[in-house]
Design a protein around this ligand. Structure first.
Ligand SMILES: NC(=O)C1=CN([C@@H]2O[C@H](COP(=O)(O)OP(=O)(O)OC[C@H]3O[C@@H](n4cnc5c(N)ncnc54)[C@H](O)[C@@H]3O)[C@@H](O)[C@H]2O)C=CC1
Ligand SMILES: O=c1[nH]c(=O)c2[nH+]cn([C@@H]3O[C@H](COP(=O)(O)O)[C@@H](O)[C@H]3O)c2[nH]1
Ligand SMILES: [K+]
Length: 464
């Protein structure tokens, strides 16, 4: 490059920016705008979760016990993304969460809407649910309790049988949203039990649900598995008994598994990947987590169909503090994907930036003492490890409301950002990054302050 070219060079190509010996994260880096010749709505965000699984939006809910169970799996797949159901529970319980997600077609929230046994006593009622269904020991519906009836009770210490009403006709879970709405309207019902193919209750649906979902942005193209049902992922660990877990998950119909570890490049994980690929060649297996090319290389050689990237960068993570190991997330994603793309292996950038929100809800790291005590003790109290050291915290995050609203708005913001870059699709953004058309710079501390809201005495940040 001659002197004049150097002088006119504007910003850095990614390969140069990420090779300076710094561990950058997203806030450190800013992308320079390019040229717009298409509307933001035309941006195509479709991508791959793993070698053989396509998503219409690049969003995956993490395998954490405060995040991904069956309702999240159904909601994420309905939006065109995916969720990975956590494994901090018994294999049978996790397989049943997968089965429940697989049996549903609509993102109704069920929470604690199923009460087992007519002698049960309801002490608290889920705040978003208008009703709960009472079931017998075979999980068949025997009654229904409206929240208003429960609220009117003077003495709440009585069995539900004393005030429940008879169960209305059940709605098959295989119905789509419009079919459910039509069923409730035809039967003139405010709420009804939702049942799977065996007639077992999996939740309750209500008119309020229908209205709530109608008030959200229109659902996009859903993610479907090969069985035509909503795509459902699940995580496994790398212990011997995870082989049995894997088998149960496959029987339950799981579409993709994530081998979930903070340091994926281990003999344990390599063996588990090989075992999974050999036993279930049709199942896509995502490995991780990794943050370097060498780690990715090993997992790809072992046969992974996708990689999860991130170590210690999560909001609840203390790994970098406790172990002094990890990597800034922007550098990690750039480096791993630079290698993985040549091997046709998609990469998931693990970790999300949380902003805004008013109410809070519980959120904890899977390496926190509390999560370990609930299920993953074995990970920390193995044959040689006798002392538990947490690598995560228990806390609260701001509640953003329903993912059915939050994700479509977030995706719209991503589309607007891509438009500024001149990237009409996610693939085109990747191509621009690699072709060095996309220019980046590191933001100084002052530039980061300038880029955020500043200089106001007070303000309200309402993202949408
Ligand atoms: N992405 C991140 O930065 C981090 C994530 N986490 C999350 O916390 C949870 C637990 O992660 P980890 O602590 O990495 O769990 P892990 O089960 O992968 O590892 C825990 C310990 O068990 C050992 N181990 C694993 N398989 C073994 C086997 N078959 N035989 C003997 N020893 C074995 C590992 O070497 C490690 O010392 C996961 O959900 C993970 O995603 C935790 C810390 C950091
Ligand atoms: O160091 C850690 N200790 C933990 O206890 C822990 N639990 C989860 N994770 C990882 O963090 C990711 C979620 O990150 P965010 O809260 O930023 O979305 C998740 O997707 C995980 O990869 C942990 N990391
Ligand atoms: K962290």
């Amino acid at each position: 490059m001659n002197g004049l070219e150097l002088e006119l060079e504007d910003g850095f190509r990614a390969s140069r920016l990420f090779s300076q010996g710094f561990s950058y994260t997203y806030d450190d880096v800013i992308m320079l705008p390019h040229y717009i010749d298409f509307p933001a709505d035309a941006v195509d965000l479709s991508t791959r979760l793993s070698r053989r699984i396509r998503l219409s939006i690049p969003c995956v809910a993490s395998p954490m016990d405060t995040v991904s169970e069956s309702s999240m799996a159904v909601a994420m797949a309905s939006l065109g993304g995916a969720a990975i159901i956590h494994s901090n529970t018994s294999p049978a319980a996790q397989a049943s969460l997968v089965r429940s997600a697989k049996s549903r077609r609509t993102p109704f929230v069920h929470g604690s809407s199923v009460i087992s046994g007519s002698d049960a006593i309801i002490r608290t009622f889920d705040e978003v649910l208008p009703a709960a269904v009472v079931t017998d020991s075979n999980k068949q519906p025997i009654g229904v309790v409206a929240r208003s009836d429960w609220e009117r009770l003077e003495d709440k210490d009585v069995p539900v049988s004393t005030y429940m009403r008879s169960a209305p006709p059940p709605v098959p879970a295989k119905y789509d949203f419009e079919e459910v709405a039509a069923f409730l309207a035809k039967e003139k019902l405010g709420h009804a039990p939702l049942v799977d193919e065996d007639g077992e209750v999996i939740g309750v649906i209500s008119i309020e649900d229908i209205e709530r979902i109608r008030g959200f942005p229109k659902l996009g193209k859903p993610s479907l598995g090969r069985d035509g049902r909503l795509l459902t992922g699940a995580s496994i660990g790398t212990r011997e008994d995870d082989k049995e877990r894997l088998e149960q998950l496959v029987k339950a119909g799981v579409d993709v598994v994530v081998v979930d570890s903070s340091q994926g490049n281990s003999v344990y994980q390599l063996e588990m990947i090989k075992h999974a690929k050999k036993s279930f060649p049709e199942l896509d297996v995502i490995g991780g987590n990794v943050v370097t090319i060498a780690q990715a290389q090993n997992l790809i050689q072992a046969g992974v169909d996708g990689l999860r990237v991130g170590m210690g960068s999560g909001s609840i993570c203390t790994t970098q503090e406790v172990c002094a190991v990890g990597r800034g997330q922007a550098t990690a994603v750039y480096k791993v994907s630079s290698y993985a793309k040549d091997h046709n292996v998609p990469v998931i950038a693990d970790v999300y930036e949380y902003q805004g929100g008013r109410r809070v809800k519980k959120y904890r790291g899977m390496g926190s003492l509390e999560a370990m005590t609930k299920g993953s003790d074995a990970r920390y109290l193995g044959d040689t490890l006798k002392l538990k050291v947490a690598q995560g915290v228990v806390g609260a995050v701001a509640d953003k409301g329903s993912v059915l609203k939050f994700i479509p708005y977030t995706m719209q913001a991503v589309k607007q950002g891509f438009q500024d870059l001149g990237a009409s699709s996610l693939q085109s953004a990747h191509d621009l990054l690699r072709s060095s058309v996309l220019r980046l710079e590191v933001r100084t501390g002052a530039a980061q302050v300038e880029g955020a809201v500043h200089g106001l005495v007070s303000y309200e940040k309402k993202p949408f």
